[in-house]
Design a protein around this ligand. Structure first.
Ligand SMILES: O=C(O)CCC(=O)C(=O)O
Length: 292
């Protein structure tokens, strides 16, 4: 393992305002090519829009059920998602697809009267993706679709364990998705709704999925189908050079979380809420597909 930051991490995140997106049509290509780690699009939603969304989340009696992040099951107040993520559904694709319909309706309610999340996301990703059309990934049977986004809630003192997105695609639940997309590419996106006073930083480490897979024996980090890195392997990974990013409420962050190991550090002084999912090129690279 090298002590220097690999080039995409050394280049880090490009920060642009939403008005500058029109001049950044090569952004997704640059992220996938490894020229930059990612982009933070400031003001994707404005303060008044975020306040409306937060008020609805705090008062809606019909929120989707809270699904604890698996690694924190024994925590007294575990972090959780609202909406079933593909990676959490494991082999239960039918349950996931049924939940995706409810989740899409929930997100429409949440953004009622505001620019709808999926519309705004598709427009900006199309711009950042050089004009490629963007859509929600269709499911395996007629009329079904993947989940647009999940709400991630980090309760006080919790974060998201070390992981890397391309390992998700090795899970059996991703077989159909991998027929639609380029399975070598997975970017993460998330919209920050609320930040804690401290912590809750996205930290990306200088180790990529390909390098981790070629490292065996005592230095092995992760195997196929394993979703989070814990124990001594996590301690080794955390000694690598890293890049930290802490987007503000309203910012949209997109990065190559498929290739680079990353985690979200524990929050202090309140919770952290984000809405997020993933994207890839379609198999022919002519369009962009997203899911969560
Ligand atoms: O902060 C989030 O919502 C998730 C960040 C992350 O770990 C990911 O997108 O893979």
């Amino acid at each position: 393992m090298t002590a220097a930051l690999p080039p995409p991490l050394a280049a880090g995140f490009q920060h642009i305002s939403v008005d500058e997106a029109d001049h950044a049509g090569d952004t997704l290509d640059r992220i996938v090519a490894g020229d930059i780690l990612g982009v933070v699009l400031r003001g994707f939603y404005g303060p008044a829009e975020i306040a409306t969304i937060l008020a609805r989340l705090e008062s809606d009696p019909q929120l989707p059920p809270a699904i604890p992040f698996a690694p924190f099951k024994d925590h007294p107040d575990p972090p959780y998602e609202r909406g079933l993520a593909l990676v959490s559904a494991r082999a239960e694709l039918d349950r996931y697809l049924a939940d995706a319909v409810r989740q899409r309706a929930f997100l429409r309610r949440l953004f009622d009267g505001l620019p709808p999340l999926e519309d705004r996301l598709d427009r900006v990703l199309q711009t950042l993706g050089g004009g490629r059309p963007v859509s929600l990934a269709p499911g395996p049977t007629d009329g079904t679709h993947y989940t647009p986004a999940t709400l991630r809630v980090l309760t006080e003192g919790t974060g998201i364990d070390l992981h890397v997105g391309l390992s998700f695609l090795t899970l059996p639940c991703c077989r159909h998705l991998c027929t639609l997309i380029d399975p070598q590419v997975q970017c993460s996106w998330f919209l920050t709704l609320r930040v804690a006073e401290e912590g809750g930083a996205l930290v990306t480490y200088g180790l990529d999925w390909a390098q981790a897979r070629s490292t065996h024996g005592d230095d092995a980090i992760v195997g196929d189908g394993q979703v989070v890195v814990t124990g001594p392997a996590a301690a080794r990974l955390r000694r690598l050079p890293a890049v930290a990013e802490r987007p503000a409420p309203g910012d949209l962050l997109v990065f190559d979380g498929g290739r680079w190991y990353h985690e979200v550090t524990a929050t202090r002084g309140g919770p952290r809420w984000t809405l997020g999912g993933f994207l890839s090129w379609s198999a022919d690279h002519r369009s962009i597909l997203r899911w969560a």
